[in-house]
Design a protein around this ligand. Sequence first.
Ligand SMILES: NC(=O)c1ccc[n+]([C@@H]2O[C@H](COP(=O)([O-])OP(=O)(O)OC[C@H]3O[C@@H](n4cnc5c(N)ncnc54)[C@H](O)[C@@H]3O)[C@@H](O)[C@H]2O)c1
Length: 347
Amino acid sequence: MKNILVTGAAGFIGSAFARYMVKKYPHYNIIVYDKLTYAGNLNNLSEIDDEGNYRFERGDIAARDVVRGILQKYDIDTIVNFAAESHVDRSILNPDAFIHTDVVGVYILLDEGRKHGIERFLQVSTDEVYGDVETGYSTEDDRFLPNSPYAASKAGGELMVRAYHVTHGMNTVITRGSNTFGPYQYPEKLLPLFITEAIDNRPLPLYGDGMQVRDWLYVDDHVTGIDVALHHGVAGEAYNIAGENEQHNIDVIKAMLKLLGKPETLIKHVPDREGHDRRYAMNCDKLRALGWQRQYDFPQALALTVQWYQDNEWWWREIKTGEYLEYFKRQYADRLAAADQDQPNNH
Ligand SMILES: NC(=O)c1ccc[n+]([C@@H]2O[C@H](COP(=O)([O-])OP(=O)(O)OC[C@H]3O[C@@H](n4cnc5c(N)ncnc54)[C@H](O)[C@@H]3O)[C@@H](O)[C@H]2O)c1
């Protein structure tokens, strides 16, 4: 491994991975390739701008000729693919982009990667491919039961990775991370959305009863999980990366409000997301057996995250303009209005 193409690394988790890899492995060249969609942000990578082993190239993973050119230009031997449309609500509003990137884009990366002779391909996937898990914990061999267009598109991408391993003998590894949080997360996702809205004393539109269970994983732990799977994962295998920290959404939000010193009355229950899964939970013994261990406990990671958004208003205030405001209105305006009518005392 020498020249690693990290796709989608101007986003939340990919940028954390790029910042970590550039510093941890000075003998690797890290080439970030990102389309810079609404979710991509070069500010996420400014910390490593001056590092000699980091390069940035803008492009779409589904643009075959551009991908081929980049693989040749940097003599790439390894691909780690974070690039995705990643927000469930947007996949309900407009699934086209999800099929384009999460399915077709993954296929193009695999196909061009194979022709170029890359030695390792890691696909970053999600616990959402398993679907709703009422009881127990998903293991890597469980069947896929995706329920949102996002989860289905990620499952489709994974199946193509599997096919390229079985059919062409490509050296592939898949990671399935759980609900990730931390600095630099685009403020459309639950926690950064609610932290930044709460800082401004605005109502927090919580879906349904807020009793959905997610397994909360700190971004730095997700990144080290990918590092371990990249270096030690067995070809053709998938590895769950779990936080082993199940929480109801409403409890996370109450803990966050306490850290900010804001009242729980900011929480507004709004009509639920369509097809909203109640619970995800995974077993991660398989990755642990490769030597991975979480470093952060939840209260510590939540406090670090809340503090980061308090200290870095410049980062998120720049995002919360233009297209973002349009999206927020489309997603929440009617829901907040309905909540006002249903629950006049729900401030
Ligand atoms: N956020 C989570 O909780 C979570 C959990 C498990 C797995 N994942 C997976 O991890 C990966 C990263 O998630 P994230 O939360 O950092 O996402 P994100 O939305 O913050 O970032 C996605 C990045 O991909 C880029 N991108 C989108 N389409 C592209 C294309 N066609 N070509 C090139 N670049 C493109 C965007 O510009 C952006 O920089 C995704 O594959 C996601 O499915 C996320």
